[in-house]
Ligand binder design. Structure first.
Ligand code: C2E
Ligand code: MG
Ligand code: MG
Ligand code: MG
Length: 278
């Protein structure tokens, strides 16, 4: 493709390609020293019960602070970390840190908020995953039942047999599993039939069109009904308006997270804002 058109266009393409590559290398290098230099932070986005408004869980989201003190979201660097394999040690660090933080979350009526941690395909297929999870739980004292790993379809698709095996080992530990970005891929319904899944994170693409888009509304209703009938919790992602929250509640969706309630914030900020109503 780069060969098409005039030589000038070819140079433009190369320059862009080169810039992309340099950015990637720069990100890789920065991430390499991020853990030891203390430049990584885990922020937490609360998940709210749509029926009573209470704080029921929080998702750990990785953040990276650069030399200038600017905070970068995971969406800016996680792909590079996955491609380079750095996600494995980074993910291990997130797991340990988040379990330690969540072990201090307050109980109410005998239950404390659940911790949800993202695990990418590369981490999921890595043989040390079960050992990393066990180690994080032991070191923090967090009960396994309070940890839920968020996986995407891609992680489960790569090697279905190995995935089923890893999922049953996690279940054996007592750790939960959520299917992240549900509905953004395809053929997802089969996973519900064959794999031990505890929760679905409904992709924000479906939430965005609520309450006016008839297709989004129909899809959310169908997923909600299906999940209720097979006993799987649904969490709506990216809820930004009251109207969206109302529509989700009317569809029977139990949980939501999004900027309407709070973005990902520091552990201290979560406790200050929501700690009283866990
Ligand atoms: P995700 O797991 O689907 O996380 C949700 C993303 O949506 C987060 O972006 C979050 O900040 C953002 N978000 C939350 N509420 C709203 C909202 O109301 N509106 C909009 N527009 N966005 C919202 P973030 O933190 O940049 O993370 C991006 C992705 O990076 C995550 O998607 C997850 O797949 C991955 N990720 C984040 N932290 C980790 C980690 O520790 N390990 C691994 N393996 N992946 C991670
Ligand atoms: Mg997630
Ligand atoms: Mg998601
Ligand atoms: Mg996502």
């Amino acid at each position: 493709r780069a060969r098409q058109g005039s030589p000038d266009r070819c140079e433009v393409f190369d320059a862009e390609h080169h810039r992309g590559l340099m950015n990637r290398l720069r990100t890789e290098r920065a991430l390499r020293d991020a853990v030891t230099e203390g430049r990584l932070e885990v922020h937490y986005q609360p998940e709210i019960d749509l029926r009573d408004g209470r704080w029921r869980a929080a998702e750990a989201l990785l953040r990276w602070r650069d030399e200038q003190g600017r905070l970068h979201s995971a969406s800016e660097f996680i792909e590079v970390a996955e491609a380079s394999g750095q996600i494995v040690p980074l993910g291990r660090w997130v797991l340990g840190e988040a379990c330690r933080v969540a072990s201090a979350w307050p109980e109410r009526d005998g239950a404390a908020p659940l911790l949800r941690v993202n695990v990418s395909a590369r981490q999921f297929e890595q043989p040390g995953l079960i050992a990393d999870v066990t180690q994080a739980l032991m070191a923090s004292g967090l009960p396994a039942e309070r940890l839920c790993l968020e996986l995407t379809e891609t992680a489960l698709l790569r090697d279905e047999l190995a995935a089923a095996h890893t999922l049953s080992r996690l279940r054996g530990l007592g750790v939960g599993v959520a299917l992240d970005d549900f509905g953004s891929g395809y053929s997802s319904l089969l996973y519900l039939k064959h794999l031990p899944i505890d929760a679905l994170k409904l992709d924000q693409a479906f939430v965005a069109g609520l309450p006016t888009d008839r297709y989004d509304l129909a899809i959310v209703q169908a997923i909600s009904t299906l999940a209720r009938q097979v006993g799987i919790e649904v969490v709506a992602e990216g809820v930004e308006t009251l109207q969206q929250a109302d529509a989700l509640r009317e569809c029977g969706i139990g949980r939501a997270q999004g900027h309407l309630f709070a973005p990902a914030i520091t552990a201290d900020a979560v406790l200050k804002k929501f700690g009283g109503d866990a």
